[in-house]
Design a protein around this ligand. Sequence first.
Ligand SMILES: NC(=O)c1ccc[n+]([C@@H]2O[C@H](COP(=O)([O-])OP(=O)(O)OC[C@H]3O[C@@H](n4cnc5c(N)ncnc54)[C@H](O)[C@@H]3O)[C@@H](O)[C@H]2O)c1
Ligand SMILES: [Fe+2]
Length: 387
Amino acid sequence: MLRKAEFRMPGTLLQGPGCLEDLGREVGKLGCKKALIVSDEVMKKVGYVQKVETLLKNAGVDYAVFTDVPGEPKDTYVEAGLEAYRTEKCDFLVAIGGGSPIDTAKAIGVLHTNGGKITDYMGAEKVKKPTPPLVAIPTTAGTGSEVTRFTIITDTQNDVKMLINSSFIIPAVAIADPTLTLSAPPKTTAATGMDAFCHAVEAYVSKREQPTTDLLALEAIRLISQNLRRAWCNGEDLEARSNMMRAATLAGIAFNNSSVTLIHGMSRPIGAVFHVAHGVSNALLLPTWAEFTYIAKPEKFAKVAEVMGENIEGLSVLDAAWEAVEAIKRLCEDVEIPSIKDMGIAKEDYERALPKMARDAIASGSPANNPRSATEEQIIELYRKAY
Ligand SMILES: NC(=O)c1ccc[n+]([C@@H]2O[C@H](COP(=O)([O-])OP(=O)(O)OC[C@H]3O[C@@H](n4cnc5c(N)ncnc54)[C@H](O)[C@@H]3O)[C@@H](O)[C@H]2O)c1
Ligand SMILES: [Fe+2]
């Protein structure tokens, strides 16, 4: 490696079926008194919020509950959560749910100690003070938010999904218990699993690649290729679910340190303007992105093909790299990732939004990490191709 690199992850990472049972022990080590449990209504319905309440109670830790996160996080949810945190006089956060409650909890922590509005913190390292400890408990095998320095919050005034990047917001404790994903429906399983795949493949080919994250990213790609179809077909397959959860966490650690690239840069504007779920907006761009990008790092794409189980023996590097593009397309098709058109978004509305979306994509900084650079015009063309 010819440049210096930084590698960060949570202080404690618990993994494997049943590891949520150790929540009380870990909370005890934080030395905090009262938690704000940040979650959503679905998590209450499936009983996960109550499970966390019981574990905290048994550990002698007080808590209040905030479940007003009805979708992907907006600035308004963060403000409501901050009010709950302060009114209830909490001193740490426990987030249980998909990326939405976890990202909301991170942003509540930012505002509590740093003040101002969440829009003040868009971009890298704008957060100046440490945030309260956060215990992150994912229930989707997807975002990896439990191990990352990112939170993504929609600025409702400007319809922008803001990327906030701060090493202060990496959770203190991540508890990745795959049994919590058993209840995820197939559509969520597919979307979140493909989100994790994008994290892994983007981190692997990113301009900010590192040898350490390469190992994690490749293992995540291998695990997802072997297990996503299984978890999608049969949600109760604990082995597939465990492998998917492990993959999502590994991919999260990988992109936490090597960054995502053009897919995520282009995906956030689709989510902000057309309210498409994060995993879906990534997955529907993935094949187009792979076709555009594979020639920039053919050796790495050839390796992706190999770990995805493709036979690349005897092929030239470029042909082997193309096998990855084909394998990626097949994976998306198999788990029924829809196109923009399939989701009923009208062509005219989409066309009208493209210039703003391309500008917002570039402004987020993620496309700058893509191994093949893309101009605003090329990004617009890629959006068109993905329609
Ligand atoms: N911070 C990061 O590093 C990072 C990375 C990627 C994505 N994100 C963000 O994460 C958000 C998306 O998170 P997500 O994809 O996990 O989805 P989500 O949290 O929005 O959840 C999607 C839906 O699935 C439900 N759900 C979640 N787990 C379930 C379970 N086990 N059983 C039944 N239903 C369940 C939720 O209640 C919700 O209705 C987006 O806002 C995205 O921008 C953050
Ligand atoms: Fe993502």
